[in-house]
Design a protein around this ligand. Structure first.
Ligand code: HMG
Ligand code: MG
Length: 302
């Protein structure tokens, strides 16, 4: 019999990773409503926006206004992406307490995504993290393309570990290991994760799967077997990265919860309330969202 962790933490990335790839601009008010519905489902960690250059990701140009309009209970930890010191200034202006820096294990992807080499990104983050920690903020670190890069193909696990160690050394408290284009096989996940866990405690690792090839839940299973208890997911399965050709939706939060419920793993999230948020965004975008659970339920409700 498999032994699973008893409780899982979900980092909801729908309002950021989910929306950043959508062409139709969602209004500030609809973003706020979406995030409030997500919070109402019991999600305690929500990535609500991104302080990147508005020209690079036009959908999230209004992150400051969204955050100012939220007024969520204190127990909900809102976070936002920050690529450089300019992004940190913008995050501080709206009083966000948790930020996420983001780099990759592939040089080509890093250049295309943030116009830096991996080393330049780490040098930039060192200053950001120091400054943010001094201001009593906390910092998560993303590593994209940890398994497969759309430009370079398979990625070496040694590179992932090297970047992860650098981020931890500078004071990042959690590393999100990303399968940016949803191409990792469970064997690859096992190989890379077991290698990383020899050097980094599992409490410091989160897994971030996109579901392009339908492998995200099998990859979660692999993470659970290795004792990893934090997973990123996106309501409705919204998502993708505009600078990663082939990146489709993130692992859907409702599919993840349904999967965990079947294994008796606690998340403290109300699935009925969660799908209200997904249905709301499905209506706003005017298209079916990819979550299997959502579409199954949708057939029953309508
Ligand atoms: P750059 O063009 O190299 O920037 O872009 P720069 O430093 O040369 O500055 C150029 C101009 O932009 C300057 O203005 C700056 O002030 C301004 P000017 O002086 O010319 O008037 N600027 C900014 N303005 C607002 N906010 C800022 C900012 N920074 C500079 N933060 C940059 C570099 C990093 C800004 C750009 O490449 C960028 O914004 N990239 C973001 C790309 C992105 O958001 N990708 C998606 C997120 S990553 C992801 O989805 C993966 C993840 O989900 C995990 C996974 O799935 O693997 C996390
Ligand atoms: Mg992503």
């Amino acid at each position: 019999m498999k032994i699973y962790p008893k409780k899982i933490t979900i980092i909801e990335v729908g309002p950021r990773d989910g929306l950043q790839n959508e062409q139709k601009i969602v209004s500030t008010q609809d973003k706020i409503k979406f995030i409030k519905l997500l919070a109402n489902s019991g999600l305690k960690n929500i990535e609500v926006g991104s302080f990147v250059h508005p020209k690079w990701v036009p959908q999230l140009a209004d992150s400051s206004e969204v955050i100012k309009g939220l007024n969520l209970p204190k127990e909900i930890l809102c976070s936002a992406l920050v690529p450089n010191m300019k992004g940190l200034e913008r995050a501080k202006e709206v009083g966000i307490k948790r930020i996420a820096v983001f780099t990759a294990a592939s040089e080509t992807f890093t250049k295309k995504n943030i116009n830096m080499t991996i080393q330049e990104s780490l040098d930039t983050f060192k200053e950001i993290v120091k400054n943010a920690l001094a201001d009593e903020m906390s910092v998560r670190g993303y590593i994209s393309t940890c398994f497969v890069c759309p430009y370079e193909g398979n990625i070496k696990k040694e590179k992932v570990l090297e970047v992860a160690k650098s981020l931890l050394e500078m004071g990042v408290d959690e590393i999100s290991i990303g399968d940016t284009i949803g191409k990792a096989s469970p064997e690859q996940v096992k190989d890379t994760i077991s290698f990383i866990l020899k050097s980094i405690p599992k409490e410091k690792i989160a897994l971030h799967f996109h579901d392009t090839h339908g492998k995200a839940l099998e990859n979660v299973e692999m993470g659970l077997e290795h004792g990893i208890t934090t997973y990123d997911s996106s309501a409705g399965g919204l998502g993708g990265c505009p600078y990663a050709p082939g990146a489709s939706g993130n692992l859907a939060t409702e599919d993840l919860i349904d999967f965990l419920n079947q294994r008796g793993i606690e998340t403290e999230i109300n699935l009925d309330n969660l799908i209200e948020a997904s249905f709301f965004m499905q209506g706003v975008l005017g298209k079916k969202l990819p979550s299997n659970y959502l579409q199954r339920i949708s057939g029953k409700i309508v």
